[in-house]
Design a protein around this ligand. Structure first.
Ligand code: GLN
Ligand code: ZN
Length: 763
């Protein structure tokens, strides 16, 4: 009998109940007991929704982050928060979110201020975890209370519980050392605590424990391979059965290592082609359970169940009771339930599966394996019909777009002249001073803007009135920028809810869910638009707004667009064509917009690629191929303009060193980047040889309400000028200002403009 199970369930709640409970608790508007109750309600509901499974994950629920949960379980907290008084859950939030020294809670006197834990992306997903911090003196001490509590709760509910923990090797790999010591030296001590944890679970009568080791799908050097062998040999004696779970990609060269770890079971992501799986079968010891992740836990599409059965049936015949089935990874990365979606187009809806629908699919597969396909004839037929309808739908396929993509040639992505020639033409046209000042695009999204937008969406504000309100905001931001004396202005993005959704809504080939929320970190969720068909641009998207803004000033107004790679990376994308192809279609749509802006007299156009780096594969050996098509897409979007039209791009991540050649190949005239927190050291990556064009290193951190002084900015720019010739430098903030208040923005930009004047005087 094939066992079916799940690796993890979205914990935020179909109605984002956890988000609202957390935020209300943090604001002091509700009690800790109310928050704990909401957590229990969600766990109970989610277990019930998974009741059809043979094994249900327990311990996957988290009030903030599963990695931080693991740090607490391992008794391993940063020095700066150890010994805090007060409630454990409050301290947990303190580690996650930080606490200001000025906090007025009852422990402000004794427990002081604390910086928030550093966050980073969980493998190649859009989920962010809190980075464990190590040093040579790190010690661990088991605190199994959270896990045992959830386990006891699950048992009371009659749940067939399979506790889930992050594996020791992945946990170590995710953390950072503060003192350059060797993380792997901590492994033996860490394993002692894992052994105690597993023993504790065994004492509770637990049979299986899922140990997440997604590190197994990345490139491992010998030390880390050895760490895997060492770790699981050390844990071999434990009395529970371990299911080591790998996900987010195929095992590839780690197949042998994974297959031969001395554990009772292995879970693998089976959505990346069968070849990886079939060769794994030959390596797997007879006694070992193989759990195949056959339902994609990262996308929102229905699975082709018949196609899966075609290759799964022989595997099942071979493995018998040793075969388990599951989604490829935790369902944390998809929305909970399609049922709530009433506004989605019925056709598109019939092609989709969210978490609960994915578990239904799993059920159908298991029944087909147990009783033959006839046992689930109707479900399989309905699935096949939906997929056939999707394949044949004229909404998916647009021959004109396909023809345009087929006609792309190498020349399309190239500027007419080299940067040297262009920059002279641009200088003549734009007449900018040295150290030109600009901002990244957005100005504060005020309460009035939000209200106008939601009234417009609700139908209580007429289109013309909404437009008038947005124009008034644009006019305000232009006035403020002129008064500040900025050189290249922006319109402020008042009309944009979000830098991807705004474009998705205007492009053909995109659909939007009402409540397809996915947790990004803590209480923060995103609702990625759904890219379902060939992308086209029925009409200009931004030209009216930018032309209006330009009409208010003689200074150059930047056209403001989101780039194809970023739109792609922040969407749910198609599974019926390569990402690279979807990206090219997006590139053509953005290109048309760029050319329309140029035709409307816009002299500077910024194309944001905030997420360029995010889309990179987990394996470095695959980076080049990915960067090639990503850069290509940007070039197609941007480079159709005349020499005198200045193209800007903006990126807000922190590591450029290893992708600098790709960034240079994009050939934007100006790049603005987030640098202020790195004290300009980041610019080392951009030396003349590697990066010949102009650069605006961010001079202040827009995430913080602090107002930078003129001296600070001058100091940072002088540092920048040690690395980049002054003639190529721009002065700008780190990123857009939409989350700030005008009261913060005006003095900050005032100081920035004054700093630029000081720098010019000193030239
Ligand atoms: N133009 C966008 C803004 O200013 C850029 C945001 C981003 O890089 N994340 O808000
Ligand atoms: Zn940014």
């Amino acid at each position: 009998m094939t066992i079916i199970h799940n690796l993890g369930f979205p914990r935020i709640g179909a109605g984002r109940e956890l988000k609202f409970a957390l935020e209300s608790y943090w604001k002091g508007e509700s009690s800790r007991a109310a928050l704990e109750t909401q957590g229990a309600v969600l766990r109970q509901r989610h277990w019930q929704q998974q009741a059809g499974l043979d094994l249900v994950p327990v311990g996957d629920f988290s009030f903030y982050d599963q990695v931080l949960d693991m740090s607490f379980t391992l008794g391993h907290l940063p020095e700066r928060v150890r010994g805090f008084h007060g409630d454990a859950l409050d301290n947990y939030f303190r580690v996650a979110r930080g606490r200001s020294a000025a906090s007025t809670d009852e422990h402000h006197g004794c427990c002081g201020g604390v910086a928030a834990g550093e966050m980073t992306k969980w493998f190649d997903t859009n989920y962010h975890y809190i980075v464990p911090e190590f040093d040579a003196g790190t010690v661990f001490a088991l605190d199994a209370s959270r896990l045992l509590g959830q386990l006891a709760e699950a048992r009371r509910e009659g749940v067939k519980a399979k506790p889930v923990i992050i594996g020791p090797v992945t946990y170590l790999a995710l953390g950072k050392t503060r003192d350059d010591s060797d993380k792997l030296a901590l492994l033996p001590a860490l394993l002692d605590v894992y052994a105690q944890l597993l023993e504790t679970l065994a004492a509770q009568g637990v049979e299986w424990v899922q140990v997440d080791e997604p590190l197994l799908v990345t490139e491992l050097d010998q030390d880390w391979q050895h760490a895997f062998n060492f770790a699981y040999h050390q844990l071999k004696a434990c009395r529970v059965k371990l299911l080591v779970a790998s996900y987010f990609g195929p095992l590839q060269e780690n197949r042998y290592l994974a297959a031969n770890l001395p554990v009772a079971g292995l879970h693998v992501d089976a959505t990346h082609g069968q070849e990886d799986i079939l060769s794994l079968l030959n390596l797997l010891p007879d006694h070992k359970v193989l759990s195949l992740g056959v339902i994609n836990g990262r996308n929102i599409w229905k699975t082709d169940l018949n196609a899966v059965l075609d290759w799964l049936e022989p595997v099942a015949a071979r493995l018998g009771g040793q075969l388990w089935l599951a989604p490829s990874c935790s369902l944390l990365h998809v929305p909970v339930d399609l049922e709530g979606e009433q506004k989605l187009d019925a056709d598109i809806r019939s092609w989709l599966a969210f978490a609960l629908q994915k578990l239904d699919e799993l059920q159908v597969l298991a029944e087909a394996l147990r009783g033959g396909r006839t046992a689930v004839r109707e479900a399989l037929a309905a699935n096949a019909a939906a997929l056939a309808a999707r394949r044949a739908s004229p909404r998916v396929t647009n021959p004109a777009v396909q023809a345009a993509v087929a006609a792309i040639d190498a020349g399309l992505g190239a500027r007419r002249s080299s940067h040297g020639v262009r920059s002279a033409a641009q200088a003549a046209l734009l007449q900018l001073p040295a150290y030109p000042t600009t901002t990244i695009g957005s100005f504060p999204q005020t309460a009035e803007i939000r209200q106008a937008r939601s009234a417009f969406r609700a139908g209580t504000l007429a289109h013309a009135d909404y437009n008038a309100a947005m124009r008034a905001e644009i006019a305000r931001s232009v006035r403020e920028q002129e008064a500040l004396g900025l050189d290249v202005l922006v319109h402020g993005e008042a009309e944009r809810n979000d830098m991807v959704e705004y474009f998705g809504e205007q492009l053909e080939g995109y659909a939007f869910s009402q409540s397809g929320w996915v947790q990004s970190y803590g209480s923060r969720c995103v609702k990625p638009p759904i890219l379902f068909g060939d992308i086209s641009r029925p009409r200009a998207m931004t030209v009216e707004w930018i032309a209006y803004a330009q009409s208010l000033t003689a200074k150059p107004m930047k056209g403001m667009l989101t780039g194809p790679v970023t739109i792609l990376n922040w969407s749910f994308v198609r599974d019926d064509q390569p990402r690279a192809l979807s990206c090219r279609q997006l590139a053509l749509a953005i290109r048309a917009e760029v050319l329309d802006l140029e035709r409307a007299g816009v002299r500077v156009i910024q194309i944001d690629e905030a997420a360029l780096r995010e889309g990179l594969p987990l394996r470095r050996s695959e980076w080049k191929a990915c960067l090639d098509w990503a850069v290509d897409a940007f070039r197609i979007a941007a480079n159709g303009v005349r020499d005198e039209t200045q193209i800007h791009t903006h990126m807000c991540y922190a590591e450029f060193n290893d992708i600098i050649a790709a960034i240079a190949a994009m050939d934007a005239d100006v790049i603005t980047i987030e640098t202020s927190r790195s004290n300009m050291e980041l610019l080392d990556a951009f030396d003349d040889f590697k990066y010949p064009n102009e650069i605006g290193p961010g001079v202040y951190d827009i995430h913080s309400p602090n107002i930078p002084s003129q001296e600070q900015i001058v100091g940072l720019m002088r540092k920048a000028a040690e690395r980049i010739p002054a003639g190529r430098l721009w002065v700008n903030p780190d990123c857009g200002l939409k989350t700030r208040q005008w009261a913060e923005v005006l003095p900050a930009l005032g100081n920035m403009v004054a700093a630029a004047r000081t720098l010019r005087a000193g030239l």
